[in-house]
Design a protein around this ligand. Structure first.
Ligand code: PSU
Ligand code: MN
Length: 304
């Protein structure tokens, strides 16, 4: 079966697509630009294992030598984790990366596009991109939000990271008609913390109900994604005051070093990790695992 001339689907994933078995898409920017080596590789393998232990098939997505890859080998994951020439590829970068036969890791936006081409509906990540603080001047709004507005994929995340303007990010999603669901919470989680001070539209307490909402939305031909916000487990939460200070400092450093555009998110992530002496990275790993498990449960119900 050839879904698309540009795509290579891993045989295990292809088999699962054909048999309508549960599949969870995973992004790869988190591997190449979101975490340092070797934690990035360890996390990528561990997250795939978590999807499997929850009875779904993992499909990590990336671009290797101009080919869209759905489902990676361990070698390909190692390659993404260790090679400087691997670019962060969002929607706008896709055609160039492919035409020039380059390699790249996919963001939430581009992972959604490729998952949708492969007919995979559920996707787990850590945090989505959003409206950056100061966006009224910089106009820095992640392409992830625009993708959620139009591409039919459910994205399970731990909420927008506090490096963003969470209120404006929620407003943007509302304008674009993206349902924001809190899993077992009525407050939007904020990545390192289960609290943000902002309410979600809907608190839903089971993976089954979420799967039913997805089917309803797409059967109604209401195009676009659904954002599921899954709070970091309490045991792994970081203290808000410490994180606020770390983020404030990281943003000042980014300003001083004139970091802008696609560099800003990776820069802030690594700076915050430095300032918290690795604590933010540990929390990041735990919440991704938590999201992968929930995404697998949603995928299981969605496949029935
Ligand atoms: N947030 C995180 N970790 C990440 C990212 C976001 O906590 O690794 C990555 C994701 O791939 C996301 C991308 O899609 O950063 C957003 O980048 P930008 O803001 O440049 O759109
Ligand atoms: Mn941006």
């Amino acid at each position: 079966m050839k879904l698309n001339d540009f795509i290579d689907i891993h045989p295990e994933v292809e088999n699962a697509i054909e048999n309508k078995e549960p599949i969870v898409a995973l992004e790869s920017t988190i591997i190449s630009h979101g975490m340092p080596y070797p934690k990035n590789v360890e996390t990528a393998f561990m997250v795939e294992e978590t999807v499997r232990s929850n009875k779904a098939i993992p499909a990590t997505i990336a671009i290797i030598n101009g080919r869209l890859k759905v489902g990676l080998t361990n070698k390909e994951i190692e390659f993404l984790a260790t090679n400087e020439e691997v670019k962060k590829v969002s929607r706008r970068d896709l055609p160039i990366t492919i035409a020039q036969k380059l390699s790249g890791s996919t963001t939430v936006a581009s992972t959604m596009i490729i998952a949708s081409l492969a007919r995979i509906a559920i996707f787990a990540t850590g945090g989505i991109g959003g409206v950056h603080r100061g966006a009224e001047n910089s106009m820095d709004i992640s392409a992830d939000l625009e993708e959620l507005a139009k591409t039919n994929v459910c994205v399970v995340c731990a909420g927008p990271k506090a490096i963003l303007d969470i209120g404006l990010t929620l407003q943007y999603l509302e304008t674009k008609g993206v349902p924001v669901i809190g899993y077992k919470t009525s407050e939007l989680p904020a990545f390192y913390s289960s609290e943000s001070g902002f309410d979600v539209d809907y608190k839903i307490d089971s993976a089954l109900e979420i799967a039913e909402i997805l089917k309803t939305k797409w059967n109604l031909l209401i195009d676009g994604g659904v954002l599921v916000a899954n709070p970091i487990p309490i045991a792994f939460e970081l203290e808000t005051s410490i994180m606020d200070e770390a983020i404030r400092q990281a943003i000042i450093d980014a300003d001083n070093e004139n970091i802008t555009g696609k560099e800003i998110t990776p820069y802030l992530l690594s700076k915050v990790n430095e300032i918290t002496q690795g604590k933010s990275l540990e929390a990041n790993i735990k919440l991704i695992q938590n999201n992968a498990a929930l995404a697998a449960k949603i995928a299981l119900h969605y496949s029935k």
